[in-house]
Design a protein around this ligand. Structure first.
Ligand code: NIG
Ligand code: FE
Length: 385
């Protein structure tokens, strides 16, 4: 079964080979794409398009790769609207709020957790996200972390074990014992359902030594490492990610020049989460500073009930452009190819022959409209492989 999508006014390919004429996004105008059996099989000018079983006329609108959301926490129950309301009235964000969601998540049934993930994944899809990473981290017991990952795996292969989100309430007086639990029985129960392991390396959560220990145990169990770091203040997490050569480190809100240089030298992707700064009133980090230094930047949602309850990458793109010094092209790249880089993927985030057929049709002539028309539902439809 093949589908020809033709009369595409602007096709964002993210193809480095097309960058000379098409800029960072490898843009083609008056373009067409053929997809066959879930894979992009042909990209070119509408005038040269081959025949296909079905034809879709984009009528001059833009087509971009599906968004790759490389950071979300969708396995949870309840919400924290009252905490958000208090923050907007002047309270500050504290990692301790995570325990509120832990209590609600533990009390939920598997069916309730699954329905919640399904609802949020559908919400993401309507907004153009076709690849999503999902973390555990609101279970914080052996059984609740394992079931969180089992639920997440029903929706994506990009699952991340985040038992080291905060110290579980039962271990408040003995964090060392909690690290032993995370690196021992919890990891053993989680690893079969996870691809990645993550640690919230921040004051009030886990320190550098604990993060090293947990990431090393994860690596020994075959999990790839990533980190939440430098979200609430400067700290060791970003440098640790660079030292360990991790694929990506996420948040990166408070960075020293040394951190920026370490990211560049290591080739570690800096994943920026502008919805978090929106929802916590922390200052936005400068995407410009990272890009100018030669760091690869991704943008993700961090969708979670505490620090950032948006599932919308178009919203995050608009914030990155308005508040982080990024151009619309840089922000769209960061939410597609950048997200793919943050997951170590080459089959998504691009529209080139051989890539997965994950495409978004915009109700707009160009990608610029994603930032130019904030809050407007511009995703007309998606195709997924
Ligand atoms: O990525 N930073 C740590 N974890 C989440 C927040 C979780 C929460 O507040 O519930 C984050 O922002
Ligand atoms: Fe997060």
């Amino acid at each position: 079964m093949s589908l020809l999508i033709t009369h595409i006014g602007e096709l964002v390919t993210n193809d480095p080979a097309a960058a000379r004429s098409g800029g960072l996004l490898g843009v083609r105008t008056d373009a067409a794409v053929v997809v066959s059996d879930g894979v992009v099989s042909w990209v070119g000018s509408a005038a040269d398009a081959p025949a296909a079983d079905e034809v879709f006329d984009a009528q001059g609108r833009a087509v971009i790769p599906g968004f790759v959301d490389s950071h979300s926490h969708l396995v949870f129950a309840g919400d924290r609207a009252l905490e958000f309301q208090a923050r907007m009235a002047g309270e500050s964000y504290a990692a301790g709020g995570i325990r509120t969601t832990v209590a609600a998540t533990r009390a939920a049934s598997d069916e309730q957790l699954t329905a919640g993930v399904a609802r949020h994944v559908a919400e993401m899809r309507r907004q153009g996200t076709t690849t999503v990473e999902i973390k555990s981290g609101y279970g914080l017991s052996v059984d609740d972390e394992a079931r969180s990952l089992r639920v997440a795996r029903r929706f994506t292969d990009e699952t991340t074990f985040l038992g080291a989100h905060v110290v579980a309430p039962e271990y408040a007086d003995d964090p060392a014992a909690y690290v032993d639990l995370v690196t021992g029985p919890m990891l053993a129960a989680a690893a079969p359902h996870a691809s990645w392991i993550d640690v919230f390396c921040e004051r009030g959560a886990f320190d550098e030594d604990q993060a090293r220990t947990i990431l090393a145990a994860g690596a020994a169990a075959g999990l790839k490492g990533r980190l939440h770091a430098n979200q609430l203040g400067e700290g060791p997490g970003v440098r640790l990610a660079a030292e360990l050569g991790l694929t990506a480190v996420d948040h990166c809100t408070y960075l020293t020049d040394g951190d920026v240089h370490a990211l560049r030298d290591a080739g570690t992707v800096a994943t920026l989460l502008p919805g978090v700064e929106f929802s916590t009133r922390h200052p936005y980090p400068s995407g410009r500073r990272l890009l100018d230094a030669g760091v690869t930047v991704a943008i993700a949602s961090d969708c979670n009930p505490g620090s950032c309850y948006t599932s919308s990458l178009p919203f995050c793109i608009a914030l990155a452009v308005r508040e982080m010094g990024m151009t619309p092209a840089e922000a769209v790249w960061a939410a597609t190819a950048g997200g793919a880089a943050a997951l170590g993927r080459t089959d998504v985030g691009v529209l080139v022959p051989g890539a997965r057929a994950d495409l978004v049709l915009l109700d707009a002539p160009t990608h610029v409209h994603l930032a130019y028309r904030p809050g407007v539902p511009l995703v007309a439809r998606t195709w997924t492989s």
